[in-house]
Design a protein. Sequence first.
Length: 551
Amino acid sequence: MTRRYHDNVSHAAVQPRRDPAQQSGSRVLDPRRAFTEAALRIRLLGPVSHAGWPRWILPLLMAVLGGVLRFVRLDEPGSLVFDETYYVKDAYSLLRSGYEREWPEDADESFAAGDPDVLLDSADYVVHPPVGKWMIAFGMALFGSDNAFGWRFSAALVGTLSVLLIALVAQRMFGSAILGAAAGLLLAVDGHHLVESRTSLLDIFLSFWLLAAFAALLVDRDDGRRRLARRLAALAATSGIGVPPRRQLMYGPFLGLRWWRLVAGICLGLALGTKWSALPFIAAFGLLSVAWDLSARRIAGVHRWMLGGVVRDGLLAFVSIVPVALATYLATWTGWFRSTDAYDRQWAQQHPSALWGWLPDGVRSLAEYHRSAYSFHRGLGSDHPYEAGPLSWLVVGRPTSFYYEKPQGCGAEACSQAVTVLGNPLIWWSAALSLLVLLFSWLGRRDWRAAAILTGVAAGYLPWFLYPERTTFYFYAVSFEPFLILALTYCLGLVLGAPGADGARRTWGVVLVGLFLAAAVVLSAYFLPIWTAEIIPYEQWRMRMWLPSWI
């Protein structure tokens, strides 16, 4: 994920560099010079960066920190918490049968006692696809199904990998190893992401695959621009005049199959196979990737860059992302297809159709299963003590309590043991304000990085407002939390300033950013006990409930 080029900016998130053609007042500054590969690469990707060893070491250090926080005492508490009661048991069922089966009412107690093998023979009706549950099953296959470490291992692993990924993503976007490390640190210590990395719900896996897809598209962005520079330079070299022929420059060259775009399509298919809330990301990321290509053709000097980008990049981008994601999604249902008695597996045979009878029975049965599950999701509006509307998510209005007990052993009259999905307030409140800064940067400076980050937030956040009657929870926000971290990192880059800035300005920037990160770490240490099920005096727990709505 690291890169050798800046993206039209200095190390910090400062003003984007203007197109040399715009600076000169003409379309091309110097045709014989502008259409060499080196000149085109600088225009499209920025100058070469030599970050050296920090670009590798710092992300790895942040991942190690994130891993320590996620794996230490991972088996506490030793019982199924919150919706683990569904997904862990479904994962065990997938491991045993390839599809979900029903459980007796006392199954949670059997799991806690180390005896998970109490499955019933009847198929269970579930409303989420199987990828996240298969990932939970992977940890259970490695470390056993009779212990909490085994059924939480995969969540902790992908949470740790997410820290590494976001550090590399930020480093690539902002051209700075320091800002990459800052993004990794913020995600590593934030309680919202930490708690979900230590419990086996589906949302942490959704967040991971979405971040991986975004990372792949970032690599593809640079790869596509290198291809464009190389092919335009080759056309210019063979023309004899140092400029591509007019007909070749009218729409620009084809760039061919983009392998990183295929990787993004697969990751998006796996995200959709975890939760259907990945669907808006497929549309948003696809459009974002095409927009990057249109911008590249415009900057390179292609005359009809919009039409050329749509026809020569957009159509192939659609094929690389949407059908690939759909094919990947269908492949994740392999266990269901191979079974004979999974839920609704025989629906098509029991309901023949003159109109749709030409479709394979398995496809018709799966389509009916999806129709039923969609109806369930739309009608899900039961009251829950920890429900939280999306309007409250960014300000941490109503955290989710995954677990709370009053055990003994803290040396006080009353003790508390809690697992609370509560984001670090400094990180979340600052990130919410950062979105306003990014909005102005996008509208005022046309900064592609601001647009990309806002796209990720919008795809994960705004669709929830379409279902005001549905029961929703704060922990759903982990799907777009990495983009909130990137928004905050962007603003930290503005505070940090450019490496070539005045010495005093740069020094103050480093001090302020360092103080902010130190404060975030200290505050996370303060909240850590209620994120990781430590037994503390009740008064200590109560002191951490800053707002009445947190209780």
